[in-house]
Design a protein around this ligand. Structure first.
Ligand code: PXG
Length: 294
C-alpha cells in the first residue's frame, strides 16, 4: 500500500522495511511494543503510551536507544509522512540482532520500528448490539513468570486464549489468573458494573495497565460513578448489571453475553453507553497534534 515505515532512524518504503531473521524479537519474542491511535490528526495519549513503553523496556533490561523526546518526534513524523489522520500506530522495539542463543547480551543494538496505517474499525454492530464473549481455559501469565504489565512481543499466552475464542465462535476471550480471578481479555481490559460502580481487576492479578482502562476510570469518576479495582470471579461476571471491554483498538465495547449467560437485560447498559460517548468526545478533542493546523 506504499506506506513509509520508520526503521532505526530512517523512513523507508514498506518493501524495504525488513528485520533480520537473527533479530531476537523474532527468535524469542524479546522486545516491547505499543499500539496507539490517532484521531482527527491528533495522537491520543501519546505520552502515556511512551511512558508505558519505557517502563516495559526497563522491566526487561532493554535500553531504548532514543530519548523520549526523539521517540515522540519519530512517531509524529511517521504519522505525518503517511498523511494519516485517523489511524493506528504500531511502535516496536526489539532486542535486535543476536546469535542463535537466547542470551540478550549477544544482541548489541535494539531495533526500533514504527508503522502508521489506516485503522480497520470493528463492525458498528458490536457497539450497537454488544459483544458475546467466553471465559477460556488458558490462564493469564503469572506475574511472577512474565508480568502482564509488560507489553512484550511475547503474546503466545494471549494467542492461545484467542484460539479458544475463535473455536467458540466469539471475538474475545476473558482470561482468568491462576487462582481463578478474572484478569483481562486477550487484547482488552475488562470492567463490570454493579450498583452503579465500575469494577476492574487490579493489575497485580495479571492485567496490563491499559491506557483506555485508565482513561475510562478517570471519565467515570468525573461523571460521579464509583470506580474500584477489586478482585472478582466468574460469578461476578454472570451477575453484573453491565460489562464492557476497553482497549486502544476496541475503545469501549459493551459485552452482553458471557459463557451463554445474558448480562443485565442482554443489551448494552446505560452507564456503558454514557462512557462510550464520553470516551468518543475525548478522542475527538484531545491528543498530540500531528499537523500544523488541526
Ligand atoms: N490487555 C492486553 C493484553 C492488551 O494487549 C490491552 C489490555 C488494552 O490496553 P490499551 O492501553 O490499549 O487500552 C491491550 C492492548 C489487537 C491488539 O490487535 C490489541 C492490543 C495490543 C495489540 C494488538 O487487537 N491491546
Amino acid at each position: 500500500m506504499g506506506l513509509k515505515i520508520y526503521l532505526d532512524g530512517k523512513l523507508v518504503p514498506e518493501e524495504e522495511a525488513r528485520v533480520s531473521v537473527f533479530d531476537h524479537g523474532l527468535l524469542y519474542g524479546d522486545g516491547v511494543f505499543e499500539g496507539i491511535r490517532s484521531y482527527n490528526g491528533r495522537i491520543f495519549k501519546l505520552d502515556e503510551h511512551l511512558d508505558r513503553l519505557y517502563a516495559s523496556a526497563q522491566a526487561i533490561m532493554l535500553d531504548i536507544p532514543l530519548s523520549k523526546e526523539d521517540l515522540t518526534a519519530a512517531v509524529i513524523n511517521t504519522v505525518r509522512a503517511n498523511q494519516i489522520r485517523d489511524g493506528y500506530i504500531r511502535l516496536v522495539v526489539t532486542r535486535g540482532v543476536g546469535d542463535l542463543g537466547l542470551d540478550p547480551r549477544k544482541a548489541l543494538k535494539p531495533s526500533i520500528f514504527i508503522i502508521a496505517d489506516k485503522i480497520t474499525l470493528y463492525p458498528e454492530e458490536y457497539y450497537i448490539n454488544g459483544l458475546e464473549v467466553v471465559t477460556v481455559a488458558t490462564r493469564r501469565n503469572l506475574p511472577e513468570a512474565i508480568n502482564p504489565c509488560i507489553k512484550s512481543l511475547n503474546y503466545l499466552n494471549n494467542i492461545l486464549a484467542k484460539i479458544e475464542a475463535n473455536i467458540a465462535g466469539v471475538l474475545e476471550a476473558i482470561m482468568l489468573n491462576a487462582e481463578g480471578f478474572v484478569a483481562e481479555c486477550t487484547g482488552d481490559n475488562i470492567f463490570i458494573i454493579r450498583d452503579r460502580a465500575l469494577i476492574t481487576p487490579p493489575t497485580y492479578l495479571g492485567a496490563l495497565e491499559g491506557i483506555t482502562r485508565d482513561t475510562v476510570m478517570q471519565l467515570a469518576r468525573k461523571m460521579d460513578y464509583p470506580v474500584k479495582e477489586d478482585p472478582f470471579t466468574r460469578y461476578d461476571l454472570y451477575t453484573a448489571s453491565e460489562c464492557f471491554l476497553t482497549g486502544t483498538a476496541a475503545e469501549v465495547v459493551p459485552v452482553i453475553k458471557i459463557d451463554s449467560r445474558e448480562i443485565g437485560d442482554g443489551r448494552p447498559g446505560p452507564i456503558t453507553r454514557k462512557l462510550m460517548e464520553a470516551f468518543h468526545q475525548l478522542t475527538q478533542t484531545t491528543g498530540t497534534a500531528v499537523y500544523y493546523s488541526v
